[in-house]
Every structure is written in structure tokens, then in C-alpha cells.
Design a protein around this ligand. Structure first.
Ligand SMILES: [Zn+2]
Length: 373
């Protein structure tokens, strides 16, 4: 079994929730810790209050993955005088690293918004508020005849060649490549000082910005030449769109009250609140896990009959009804607690596939602190 480092866990998290997707006010990534430290046990939680820190220490955890950042606003002091200072000192003293994927995990394809949408039975899902449109690049390289399939295969394995739902998309054309190796070179074909003409393929494919470096690395590894000739162009075509919130259609029309009950049962909650006529029919649903006050207009604009979210305030609920959209409030914790299982399952599967032996536990003390009587 391979030795697992904190930095490796961070990279694995980065694959499911790239940091560049986070909102600019957010604080994500490795917030406390040493990326070279050894990791044997990881705990996943939504929040990191004092009692969850104690749980992690008792459980001999080396790393904690959270959704909400432990440090959000800049701090000037770390001391035992504040609850936050105490927590940070405890975590450092106990060699516990803390990594956070927050709005980047909400926004990411397959992230928290998408998991939530699947759980609520959305048939077809669209983004409620587009925030990022992926940049695409064309990469072209020149490969001696006989190596074109191998080079393209490795580039596509590294993430090149996706157009919509088609993978391994490429184009190739045969031609003559010419070069003269200079002193100090070790050419795969040809001799120093002699102009060489070789049957080559010009192969080209498309790659999204965040995978460009991995694809270039894969191309170099698979290419037989000492000096690889390649061109990269930024394309006007846009790649995948990513953003916050999801709009989905239900298979059949249902009443608001029956859908509110479904949300309560599905999310295993003690209560949900809803506003709107109980017997009103709904078919198009918007969701945003966490705090959705500022998404009421976006939900209405997207054609939703109802918005499911958390943390709704009295005046915003009235505004929503005036705008002609109903709301279901399933709570901040209620709409985000699914993150704990989702990230735990993802880490277990990925670490096992990569051959790492680390234990993943889900926090038991990170519960909804709001009681209902
Ligand atoms: Zn949240």
C-alpha cells in the first residue's frame, strides 16, 4: 500500500471540486496543515465547531475535510482567548490538517447541487445561475507515422478529446515533417547536421483549460521525439457551463404540500417549512443547497414554480410569494448534510482505486444544532 500524503488528498479533492470554481469571497483548499504530512485517517464533516474538533482528536484523525471554511474572515490573532483561536491551536497541536471544498463543490459538475438534484428526483437538470464557462484549447502535435494512435490515446486518457458527450474526438492528416538535429541532440530519427524528412501525422484535439497541463505532459510521455513540436490555440468555442443552483422538471405534476412532504422524507428531516397554497401544482423546481435568499429572483426567472433551499427569511419569503414563486425551506444543514456521505464515499472509492490504505469516517457530532419542539 502506498504512503498517503495530505497533499495527495488535496489533489484528489481538487479533482472533484477544482479550487478555481470557488466564489471569490470564499476560502477553500488546505486551510490548516502541512501538505507533506502522512495521512492514515480522515474525517468528513459539514462544519467544524469545537465539539467536532474534539471528536476528531478522540478518533485520532490526521485530516478533516469540511464544507464550510473554519477560517472565513481574515484573523489577526490566534490565541486561547477566542473560540476560533482555541480550535486552530488544538488542530495544529494534534497534527490535524483541515481541507475545505465549499462553493467550488456546490458549483462543480457532479458536486453538491447535482447530488441534491438527483436526490430530489429531477428528471432533466439545468444550471440556475451560470458563473463559469470553461475555456477550450486546440492542441496540435506532429507525430512520426506509427505513433499517432498511441500519442492520441494517451492525450485523450489525460482528458483531451471531449466534445459534448463524445470522447476521443481528434483529427489527423498525413504530411512531411522536416528537421535538422543540432550538436548536442540525441534524435530519435536522423543524424546531427543532416536535414531529415519524415512521414508524420499532424494530429489535433480539443482540451479544457484545467486539463491542458496534464494533456501536454501525457503527449510528451507518449511522443517518441526528443523535442516535441506542438501548437496550442485558445478557441472561441465555449466548453461546459458551471454555476450555482439547479432547475429541474419533475416526472409528473404534484401539489406543493406533497412535494414538501417528499423533500422532508427524502432528506430525513424533522421538519421543513413551505410557503404558498398547499394544493398549488408544481412541475418545475429550483434548488440551492445552503442559503438561498438571494436566489429567489434567479429561480423565478428560470421558470421555477418553487425554490427549495435553506435559511429563508421572513421578508424574503413574502417577496418570493409576491414574485409568484413558492418556497420550501429545508434548512441550511438539511440541504447540505448529504455532502458528508458524498465526499466520504468519493474518498473511499478513489483512495482504494489508487491503492492507498486510509480510513474515512463521517463525523457523528456534526448535527443540526437547531431543535424543534
Ligand atoms: Zn452552507
Amino acid at each position: 500500500m502506498a504512503y498517503l500524503k495530505c497533499g495527495t488528498v488535496a489533489s484528489i479533492m481538487e479533482n472533484i471540486a477544482p479550487k478555481r470554481l470557488a466564489e471569490n469571497w470564499d476560502n477553500v483548499g488546505l486551510i490548516i496543515g502541512d501538505s507533506s504530512s502522512s495521512i492514515k485517517k480522515i474525517m468528513v464533516c459539514l462544519d467544524l465547531p469545537a465539539w467536532v474538533v474534539d471528536e476528531a482528536i478522540d478518533a485520532n484523525v490526521d485530516m478533516i475535510i469540511t464544507h464550510h471554511p473554519i477560517i472565513f474572515n481574515p484573523i489577526k490573532k490566534i490565541s486561547n482567548d477566542t473560540a476560533l483561536g482555541k480550535k486552530i491551536m488544538k488542530l495544529i497541536k494534534n497534527n490535524i490538517s483541515v481541507y475545505t471544498s465549499h462553493t467550488n463543490f456546490d458549483i462543480a459538475q457532479g458536486g453538491l447541487n447535482d447530488i441534491f438534484a438527483r436526490q430530489l428526483g429531477f428528471v432533466k437538470t439545468n444550471i440556475m445561475k451560470t458563473m463559469i464557462e470553461e475555456k477550450l484549447y486546440k492542441i496540435i502535435t506532429y507525430v512520426p507515422e506509427g505513433f499517432e494512435d498511441k500519442v492520441l490515446e494517451q492525450m485523450c486518457k489525460a482528458g483531451a478529446g471531449f466534445i459534448g458527450n463524445y470522447s476521443d474526438c481528434s483529427f489527423r492528416v498525413k504530411g512531411i515533417g522536416a528537421f535538422k538535429p543540432q550538436q548536442g541532440t540525441n534524435p530519435y530519427i536522423g543524424e546531427v547536421g543532416k536535414l531529415e524528412k519524415v512521414n508524420e501525422y499532424r494530429v489535433e484535439t480539443v482540451v479544457p483549460e484545467d486539463l491542458l497541463n496534464s494533456v501536454i505532459k501525457a503527449m510528451h510521455k507518449a511522443h517518441p521525439y526528443e523535442e516535441v513540436a506542438f501548437d496550442i490555440f485558445e478557441l472561441k468555442n465555449k466548453g461546459k457551463s458551471m454555476g450555482l443552483g439547479r432547475i429541474g422538471h419533475l416526472e409528473n405534476k404534484v401539489t406543493l404540500v406533497s412535494y414538501a412532504k417528499f423533500v422532508k422524507t427524502t432528506l430525513e428531516l424533522d421538519k421543513v417549512t413551505f410557503s404558498g397554497p398547499p394544493e398549488a401544482e408544481i412541475k418545475t423546481v429550483a434548488l440551492l443547497n445552503g442559503s438561498g435568499n438571494s436566489f429567489i429572483s434567479a429561480a423565478k426567472f428560470s421558470g421555477a414554480d418553487v425554490l427549495i433551499t435553506g435559511d429563508l427569511q421572513y421578508h424574503q419569503i413574502i417577496d418570493a410569494l409576491e414574485e409568484g414563486i413558492y418556497v420550501i425551506d429545508a434548512g441550511h444543514f438539511g440541504t447540505e448534510k448529504i455532502m458528508i456521505k458524498a465526499i466520504s464515499d468519493y474518498l473511499r472509492t478513489t483512495l482504494e482505486t489508487l491503492g492507498y490504505n486510509a480510513e474515512i469516517i463521517e463525523s457523528k457530532s456534526n448535527i443540526d444544532v437547531t431543535m424543534h419542539i
